[in-house]
Write a protein that binds this ligand. Structure first.
Ligand SMILES: [Zn+2]
Length: 207
């Protein structure tokens, strides 16, 4: 059923699932991660540790969703205030943006741990150094399944099946539009991969 080499299937390999808020294709009218994705993550709670990358604008609109994510033990990631391209900013400007975002998250969830930062569009510029100074690990990804242009759940499941590799961080999208295909794809692929011996964990901390 899989063209993957057999040893991959036998190996218990770490895979991180990354869910992030905010739409690339659709304006973020509803904003923020949808409760549906939080539910899906919780449904596989003991085996999956998604990281939710939040924009400050969405956190301000939907602090209750942030509280749910944190209350259910999921992990938070700073994804900037407005999803701007931060590569054109100075370190001081970047710092102001990241500090404001984290402060909003902590207004919703006092003392929240925010171990990761992800640059909008993967446009890093000088953000990695600033993020590290603020105690956050810059978080890249290896597999994106282009779920912001939903091609149908079957296609998304197949892209996950074909594209996942040991240690890969997988980029999925939540919020900013109808994400039901992503939710269904996650719900289907996790049991399948689990049955093959895959494990899901948090992205490795560097250094
Ligand atoms: Zn983004």
């Amino acid at each position: 059923m899989s063209h993957r080499p057999k040893w991959w299937r036998r190996l218990a390999v770490p895979v991180s699932v990354l869910l992030l808020s905010g739409g690339l294709a659709a304006p973020a009218r509803a904003g923020g991660p949808t409760p549906t994705v939080v539910d899906t993550a919780r449904g596989h709670g003991d085996v999956v540790s998604p990281v939710f990358c939040l924009w400050g604008d969405h956190v301000r609109e939907h602090p209750e969703v942030v509280r749910r994510i944190a209350a259910e033990g999921q992990v938070l990631c700073n994804h900037s205030m407005h999803h701007d391209d931060l590569s054109v900013l100075t370190p001081e400007q970047i710092r102001a943006d990241l500090v404001e975002t984290s402060a909003l998250i902590r207004r919703a969830v006092p003392h929240a741990r925010i171990p990761y930062f992800r640059a909008p569009y993967g446009s890093w510029g000088q953000t990695p150094q600033v993020a590290v100074e603020l105690g956050m690990q810059p978080l890249g990804w290896r597999l994106a399944i282009t779920d912001w242009e939903p091609p149908g759940t079957d296609v998304l499941v197949q892209r996950l099946r074909d594209g996942i590799t040991p240690g890969a961080v997988v980029l999925l999208h939540d919020g900013g539009g109808d994400r039901s295909q992503t939710v269904e794809a996650v719900d289907r692929i996790i049991p399948e991969l689990r049955a093959q011996g895959w494990r899901f964990t948090l992205p490795r901390r560097r250094g």
